[in-house]
Design a protein around this ligand. Structure first.
Ligand code: ACO
Length: 337
């Protein structure tokens, strides 16, 4: 029997039906399908439409599917963490709202905001409660309705983002499976390059902030790109070295999907062939906290018990990190329930 670890024992993802294509964006702002595809790898993204719909609706679909496919009752859940930068409202936490909507009543729940690295931060946080033996079933949700904070008159950001989310169930494993190692980092000085200017305590919402379009994503793309491309690769190589992993040992890299060029560069630095890299940015764009669980969900039936998997992300904050885990089940057992 080895150390108690937190293992992912199920994953489910969800994206809304409406698809916003590059062609449609060409009609909205001064851009081209060619520019978006070559600079980012994105062809289309899903958008959540409908009055009163928010991130909790995305998370709720993901969690409902997860509970169903894993045969888990809401009463069994001890803790639910939601990683998001687009909470339904400033408070209460979106995690609380998801818990209510899926009928989780005997748990506590909270949100984590670490921008695009939030799902990794949340997985590591959740894993501590399992490793100590305190809890047995923890759900981590990563979900964002980025369309709520994207300025569809700003061509430099509106082509990048989409709406989606996913959820994983974490349970204890004493057979060597689960989360083996992680490295998480923050550099708050990077906030100048990527943030939302208004709506927080520094600059509460006012007529002026709305008129100035300050409730949307502000990003200096090139500056963020430079950090992202370096840090995501650095931390992925670091996790390999710490765990004596060669590229042959790794079955899959699951990178945050912000830009295809960042993903390819990370894979190159790790010495990984593209066939081992989960890439679905062309279909969803950057769904912030949704990217990594959506990848795991879409690749689930190809994952084998014992696969060495590296998760890697970079996001606003700046935040970045990497997780090394040993996959705990043959994914085809669920066969897209
Ligand atoms: N269509 C056409 N032209 C465009 C568009 C567009 N949609 N957007 C920008 N351009 C123009 C610019 O205006 C600029 O024109 P200029 O040379 O005349 O000034 C030119 O294209 C080049 O712009 P750059 O910003 O230098 O383009 P770049 O190659 O850097 O690509 C991008 C921009 C895709 C945003 C890239 O910088 C990037 O991916 N950055 C990192 C994003 C990221 O990882 N974010 C972190 C996660 S997000 C989060 O945490 C919420």
């Amino acid at each position: 029997m080895s150390k108690r670890r937190a293992a992912i024992t199920g994953v489910h993802g969800w994206a809304p039906d409406y698809i916003l294509t590059n062609k449609e964006l060409e009609k909205m702002v001064d851009t081209t399908d060619e520019w978006i595809t070559t600079r980012t790898g994105i062809k289309e993204r899903h958008i959540l439409k409908g009055e009163g719909k928010g991130t909790s609706d995305i998370g709720t679909e993901a969690v409902k599917g997860l509970l169903k496919k894993t045969g888990t009752s809401p009463d069994e859940i001890d803790l639910l963490i939601c990683a998001t930068v687009t909470p339904d409202m400033a408070y209460p936490a979106t995690a609380n709202i998801i818990s209510d909507k899926v009928g989780i009543k005997n748990a506590f729940s909270f949100d984590i905001n670490a921008a695009c690295s939030g799902f990794l931060y949340s997985l590591v946080t959740a894993s501590q409660f399992i490793e100590t033996g305190k809890y047995k079933k923890v759900i981590v949700v990563g979900a964002d309705k980025m369309s709520a904070v994207v300025d569809y008159t700003d061509r430099t950001t509106c082509v990048l983002f989409g709406d989606a989310g996913g959820a994983v169930l974490l349970e204890p494993s004493e057979d060597g499976y689960g989360i083996i190692d992680s490295r998480l980092y923050t550099d708050g000085s990077g906030r100048v390059h990527l943030h939302q200017k208004a709506g927080g305590s520094v600059k509460p919402a006012s007529h002026e902030t709305v008129d100035n379009r300050e409730h949307f994503v502000y990003q200096e793309g090139q500056a963020v790109f430079k950090f992202a491309v370096t840090k995501m690769a650095d931390v992925s190589v670091e996790i390999m070295e710490r765990n004596n992993l060669t590229s042959d040992d790794i079955a899959w890299l699951v990178p945050h999907q912000a830009n295809l060029r960042i993903i390819e560069s990370t894979a190159r630095r790790m010495g990984l062939d593209k066939s081992k890299v989960m890439i679905n940015i062309q279909k969803y764009g950057n769904t912030t906290n949704g990217t990594i669980p959506m990848c795991l969900y879409e690749w689930e039936d190809r994952l084998k018990k014992g696969d060495n998997i590296v998760l890697a992300a970079f996001g606003g904050g700046f935040t970045w990190g990497s997780i090394y885990l040993k996959w705990a089940y043959d994914g085809d057992k669920f066969a897209k329930k």
